[in-house]
Design a protein around this ligand. Sequence first.
Ligand SMILES: *Cc1c(COP(=O)(O)O)cnc(C)c1O
Length: 382
Amino acid sequence: MFFEELEWLEQNSLLRVIKDRGAAVRPGKILLNGIEYINFSSNDYLGLAFNASVIESAKSAMDRYGFGAGASRLLCGGTELHNELENAVADFKGTEEALVFNSGYTANISIIPAIADEGDVIFSDELNHASIIDGCRLSRAKKVIYRHKDVNHLLELIKKEKAKKKIVITDTVFSMDGDIAPLKEIYNICCEYNAILYIDDAHGTGVLGSGKGSLAHFGIKPDSRPDSQIIQMGTFSKALGSYGAFIAATKDVIDWLINTGRGFIYSTALPACIIAASIEALKILQKRPEIVERLWQNRQRLISGINSLGFETFNSETPIISVKTGDIKTAIKIADMLEQHRIYAPAIRPPTVKIPRIRFTVTAAHTEDDIDTLIDILSKIA
Ligand SMILES: *Cc1c(COP(=O)(O)O)cnc(C)c1O
């Protein structure tokens, strides 16, 4: 059982295998099988996973609160820190309230079914993250898929729907192509047709809008229209270098999720040490804008280099830069060549994406040398 299927994956170069790190090495680097590589595959955009005060906060919370949370938030799993983090997120995102979820994946598969039911309609970008797709499947709402970032298509589809509750769901930064959803136009459509806008800001928080996220990037105020609400989901697991997710919205939405979000109700709370790390990371993000500036300088350096070599980069507008490689075999061959030169950036293949590619994520922790090394090796490969 499963053997033939696995064999088929292997023969078609589609078999996924886990690569585990050997130790916490320097930011921007990764240790695999005793060899140190420059790491262009991490979402730790600001290098905060290695930040000394983030680590210290986690340690002292562990001393104070112990390790495992012991139960869900509705029993006794939460701590004062959970509440402090939620207040900090609401403040940061400019919403009435916020609620912590155990991961971005859990947030999407819990929240979407909680806010969309039979008779409702969800409009979803065709390149939305797998967790959104799964959340839509778990809800009993009708799903309408619009072409990637195509606001005219969205408009055409939303006009046809008579349902009372309509929800438009989109990634803000698309995790594989690194492009940005046209949120202004999408929000205008939501206002015109009284739809809820649900955004997944996993790759936007800490990256766009000087770190404040995609709404700040577009100058959109949350909660500005009660009849066409914005629900913002984001994660602590990427630019904030920690773990877990949040939802930032009005008090009504948060109260509703506390009562109906299954991944919130039926799952053990995150350990206090993780929450403490997120609190500290959020503070650093707000206190030190130069880290985000550094991220964008690095991004500029890498994209200029890659473009000058003539590679196609899927309309990347962010630190996620995917390079088109042709077929799957070529993608794997290039990933192997990079690895021989001590650069780690995996080939991304179907079914994760339709078009094979090497996906680079550049971070604030990379040095100019790291980036120039990558460009140099890419020029040899080209
Ligand atoms: C990573 C990601 C998630 C999942 O977040 P986790 O905290 O890793 O579970 C959800 N949505 C998007 C767009 C992501 O990139």
